[in-house]
Design a protein around this ligand. Structure first.
Ligand SMILES: [Zn+2]
Length: 317
């Protein structure tokens, strides 16, 4: 279909240009959120900020070095082991969205698009390490295109415990422009994708990942109408166990790219070092014991969530 092909081709070009011009460092929060303890001279981290996770997004495992988001299966295994060696544990998507994350060193694995290479990567890398990824698929290609998984492969991942979410229907830019100029396609991206993912898995699709990280206010509004619980954008940041600290339809997620792997590792190393420092100083334990909970955490909420607006037409800043 000409429209679909053209839209996808344009999207891929724009995504490459935009994503490569937005280094991780530029998107990083300026500092860990700290709130002063009431009646204390010592600055302590608010407990609510302590339980957090970073969500990572992989795509394909074909071993094609020319594709920035593609890795071989052995490369993927090495990445996972490196992340683990930094002190991170791998949490499930359900633990993440239902607030069961504990501690500051958690990662959640997500894999977008439903490429045919996903099952092998799961079997050889994730399953042996006890990691359950969330898989975001766009149903137009599932079972119909040579590069995508078949329905049965998606169901096998579901049976293994993977959460399957929606990632549009044709993988378009789902923004105000699409809403204004092609409501049929907009509705397919939001509603038909949810319906088809549900048909394939036999489970409700309650999570959404924006193709290319692109969305507008209207996208969020329609996702809410559809009944999605959460949606993932593309930006650096943490998802917190305390849902008050999250923008539920703009949860941060970092795309793992070959050309930005070192920056990603640097960011995660700094997070690990800061967390270790908190623990070593005993400050976090003091907060957990109730030394400074309550209003201090409340101040942190507005300070953290205010800067993120709802209108993002390109890959989120
Ligand atoms: Zn995608």
């Amino acid at each position: 279909m000409p429209f679909r092909s053209a839209a996808i081709a344009i999207g891929l070009v724009l995504w490459g240009a935009l994503s490569s011009s937005a280094p991780i460092r530029a998107l990083e929060p300026e500092s860990l959120p700290l709130s002063p303890a009431v009646g204390s001279r010592t600055a302590v981290p608010a407990l609510d900020f302590y339980d957090r996770a970073v969500v990572l997004c992989w795509h394909t495992f074909l071993g094609k070095e020319s594709i920035p988001t593609d890795f071989s299966v052995p490369e993927f295994a090495a990445q996972i082991d490196t992340l683990r060696s930094l002190g991170y544990r791998f949490a499930t998507m359900e633990d993440l969205v239902f607030g069961r994350i504990r501690g500051p060193l958690n990662l959640v694995v997500t894999i977008d698009d439903g490429n045919h290479s996903v099952p092998e990567a799961y079997e050889k890398v994730l399953a042996p390490r006890g990691i359950e990824p969330a898989i975001f698929i766009y149903p137009a290609v599932i079972g119909t295109m040579f590069f995508a998984m078949k329905d049965s492969a998606v169901r096998e991942l579901r049976d293994a415990g993977c959460v399957i979410g929606a990632h549009g229907y044709h993988h378009l830019f789902i923004n105000q422009n699409l809403y204004d100029h092609d409501r049929f396609f907009f509705n397919e991206e939001v509603f038909k994708s949810q319906e088809k993912v549900g048909e394939i898995t036999g489970l409700p699709a309650y999570l959404f990942a924006y193709p290319y990280g692109v969305y507008s206010d209207i996208t969020i509004r329609e996702l809410m109408v559809a009944g999605y619980r959460n949606a993932f954008a593309v930006r650096t940041g943490f998802v917190y166990a305390d849902s008050r600290l999250n923008s539920p339809y703009e949860l941060p997620r970092i795309v793992v790219r070959r050309d930005q792997w070192k920056e990603l590792l640097d960011f995660l190393e700094r997070n690990a070092a800061a967390a270790t420092e908190e623990i070593a100083s005993g400050v976090a334990r003091g907060v957990a014991n109730g030394a400074a909970h309550g209003s201090a955490a409340g101040e942190g909420v507005s300070a953290q969530t205010e800067p993120h607006g709802l209108s993002v037409e390109g890959p989120a800043q």
